[in-house]
Each structure stands twice: as C-alpha cells, then as structure tokens.
Design a protein around this ligand. Structure first.
Ligand SMILES: Cc1cc2nc3c(=O)[nH]c(=O)nc-3n(C[C@H](O)[C@H](O)[C@H](O)COP(=O)(O)OP(=O)(O)OC[C@H]3O[C@@H](n4cnc5c(N)ncnc54)[C@H](O)[C@@H]3O)c2cc1C
Length: 401
C-alpha cells in the first residue's frame, strides 16, 4: 500500500502532543497533521487523576484537552490506540505497530514517560497498578468502594497525592516508602515531617524508611511483605516510584538520547526535522543555565506549543520557566525553578508548614521558589530567580507575600 504523507506527524497523544497541534495551527492553518497515540482516549489532562476527579470537582468528561470536533475541524487525523514502533530519519517515515508507514516533513516525539517498575518478586503481578493513565484511574475507581484498602508504594508526588485522594474517599490507606518523610526530594525536612504527621492524623498508616520486599496475590487480595517489617493485606496495591522517559522511538532513529531525548533551545533533536517536547525532552533550561528534563504539566503544555510553532516554521527559543503545582489535603502549592531539597533552604512562613514561601538557594542566589498556599506570585518568583541576585536569608523575609 502507498505510504500516506503528512506535513506534520506527532507521536504521543498526551499534553505535549495536543499542545503541539495548537502551536502548529497558530502558524500554519492548513498543513495536514497525523497524531499517533498509544492510548485509546483523546488527549487528556493527568493532574485530575490524583486530584479533582477524586474530590468531586471534575468528571471524566471534563478532563479531555479538546473535544473530537477540534481535531476534525483542524485537519488532524487521529490514530489512537496505536503505538509507533519505528522511526526512519533518513527516509522521513514512521511505522506503527500494524506495519503501516507514514511520511512526514516534520515530526514531534511527545511520548512522555512510563512508570518505573518495582524490582521485586511480585512487582509485575496482574492487578497491581503503576498509576499514570485514565485507564488506571478508572480501574482503581471501580475498586475504591468505602472501606476497601490500598497499599501505596512511593512517597513522592503521585504516591502522596493518590494516598490523600483515597483517604478522602474513605479508603483504608497504608503508605510504604524508603525516605524518612514525604516528598523528600522536594520538601525541606521540617515540612515533609509535618505533612507526614498530618497524613497520619487523617488515618493514613505510614511505613517510612521502608521498602516492600515481596508482593503476592490470591482471592482478589494482595499481601505486601515489608523488608524487616510486617506483611500487610490489601484490596489494591498502587505504585508511584517515578517514571522513565520513553526513548525507544528516538533510539530507532539514532537520535541523541541520555536522560531524555536531547534537544536544542528550539526543541529540535539531533535531527533538525525531528522535535521532542514534554516529559521525554532533555532541554536547555536557559534561566537556570542547566540542561535537564522536567516532568510537569506546564512544561509539557508550553514546550508542546513551542515545538509545534517551530515545526511550522518559527524559530522561537524555549526560554519559559515552567511552574508546577500539587495539592495534599488542605496544603496546596505552586513552585518554579530548581526545587531540590538538597539546596540551601530558607523558609519564610506566615503560618508554620502551611502558608509561606520556601526559597531554594545556591551560592546565595535563589534557584527555586515554592509558594505554599500563596497564589498568583509565580511571576514574581520567576523574576527573582532570573535576576541572579545574591540574597542573605534575612533579606528574603517578606519578599513575597
Ligand atoms: C497522575 C498524575 C498526576 C499529575 N499531577 C501533576 C500536577 O499536579 N502538577 C504538574 O505540574 N504535573 C502533574 N503531572 C505530570 C504531568 O501530567 C506530565 O508532566 C504531563 O502529562 C507530561 O505530558 P507529555 O505529553 O510529555 O507525556 P504523557 O502525558 O506521558 O503523554 C505521552 C503519551 O504518548 C503515548 N506514547 C508513548 N509512546 C508511544 C508510541 N511509541 N506511540 C504512540 N504513543 C506513544 C503515551 O501512551 C502517552 O499517552 C501528573 C502526572 C500524573 C501521571
């Protein structure tokens, strides 16, 4: 069969892929677009999967980024429920799992990340959930009837958010994680310990400094054995221990990869007709003067848009400083920059461990800012980071209110 040709092909129907369509259409209103996505759903937002869908603030139909009409009206051919398996950069073709081949002029790899699996016996048991997708939400939702029990493995963003969400839905939750407090890569110890205490007061059982060593299943129940600890029975086991960028396709094309697909400031890979954006892109974070990969919503949204615009002929440097956000019970925050608990940290609390600003500093310069229950100050924080100015801790007191 003759190959079909598209001016633009986007592989990956997540947030970065969907925003790229908008980026392309801002510049080129007509060039045919093919979107190949492994999930069967139209592109949707992931943050509600651990938040608003559980708090009754959104329904599944609200989380789709665009309705089907948008794609029909914008000349986008959707190939959903289909994996792209091979990329030939020389002939400018991509082949899907059914053996169909498509030609492109410009291609975007927006394949995101896949959950890391537990390297223990039982880590691959059927029914154990590596939480990332809408299908995962729907599967857990069905089981999350009042009084059911869940073991959550992992104390980072996903683990702590889903633990809070299930607890609010009257599920008996037990968390297991190796660090001594919650979200330890990001939160200063004082805050992580305080939130951990709050989780326990809400009734969540916590095994910190602990690892699962074996998971078994039978009679629709799981038994998780903790290293040097008890074996706990539960209806569900949900794992959130981080993701790895999906690099297979980039590798089939011989593109430069490392901790992600290496791109330049225009989001072009080592082949200038192929772009990458979102959770899988290793890019120059210009305001911080580093190369990195970011696994957050605003980065995927904005990078997708830039990649699309550049694919359509613009040459715009990705200078954006993405922010991220999370909600854990009453504690909500927005953060920007290098939010790394190993940096020199100064906390300017208005209300201890609840409302205030956390500054992450290196060589006296502000590298990252977390705004805890303080809203609409992300831009101020960005300016502070970009200024490169040196601060003493005392000068930061009341700097953002
Ligand atoms: C449960 C959850 C909650 C989150 N909450 C927050 C939050 O509160 N704040 C925040 O800032 N960020 C949050 N994030 C992170 C944010 O959602 C991600 O950064 C964002 O989704 C990344 O978008 P992406 O398009 O790069 O990748 P993805 O969303 O991973 O999309 C990639 C898509 O590509 C598909 N794909 C992969 N390989 C192929 C292939 N070979 N062929 C075809 N398709 C393929 C995948 O199936 C997937 O659908 C959350 C993430 C999750 C999972």
């Amino acid at each position: 069969m003759a190959e079909q040709s598209f001016k633009y092909i986007i592989v990956g129907g997540g947030l970065a892929g969907a925003s790229a369509i908008q980026g392309i259409r801002e510049v080129d209103t007509k060039g045919p677009i093919l979107l190949i996505g492994a999930e069967k759903h139209l592109p949707y937002d992931r943050p509600p999967l651990t938040k608003k869908l559980w708090f009754g603030k959104k329904k599944v139909e609200d989380i789709f980024l665009q309705k089907k009409d948008f794609y029909d009206n914008n000349g986008v051919t959707l190939l959903l429920g289909t994996n792209a398996v091979e990329l030939d950069a020389t002939h400018k073709t991509v082949t899907d799992e059914n053996g169909e081949t498509y030609r492109y002029e410009k291609l975007l790899i927006a394949t995101g990340g896949l959950p890391r699996s537990l390297p223990i016996a039982g880590g691959d048991l059927e029914g154990l959930c590596y939480y990332r997708t809408l299908d995962d939400y729907e599967n857990i939702r069905k089981q999350a009837v009042e009084g059911a029990s869940a073991i959550i493995i992992g104390g980072g963003f996903i683990g702590s958010e889903i633990a809070a969400a299930l607890n609010m839905n009257k599920i008996d939750v037990t968390m297991i994680y190796p660090s001594s407090y919650l979200v330890n890569k990001v939160f200063p110890e004082q805050l992580g310990v305080a939130l951990q205490k709050h989780f326990m007061e809400k009734g969540i059982r916590i095994f910190a400094k602990s690892k699962p060593e074996l998971i078994t299943a039978g009679h629709h129940r799981f038994i998780t054995k903790i290293e040097n600890g008890p074996a706990i029975e539960s209806d569900m086991v949900i794992v959130g221990v981080g993701i790895s960028p999906v690099l297979d396709l980039a590798r089939t094309a011989g593109l430069d990869t490392g901790n992600g697909i290496v791109v330049n400031e225009f989001l072009q890979t080592s082949n200038p007709d192929i772009y990458a954006a979102g959770d899988n892109a290793f890019f120059p974070y210009q305001a911080l003067g580093i190369k990195t990969r970011v696994e957050h919503w605003d980065n995927a949204l904005t990078q997708g848009k830039y990649a699309g615009r550049n694919m359509a002929g613009e040459k715009e440097s990705y200078t954006h400083m993405p922010y991220f956000f999370s909600d854990l019970f009453e504690f909500g925050y927005e953060a920007v920059g290098e939010v790394n608990s190993e940096l020199d940290i100064f906390c300017d609390w208005q209300k201890e461990n609840d409302t205030g600003v956390i500054y992450y500093m290196r060589d006296k310069k502000v590298r990252g800012v977390m705004l805890c229950n303080i809203w609409e100050k992300v831009e101020v924080a960005r300016e502070m980071i970009k200024s490169g100015k040196k601060y003493k801790h005392k000068d930061l007191r009341d700097a953002i209110r």
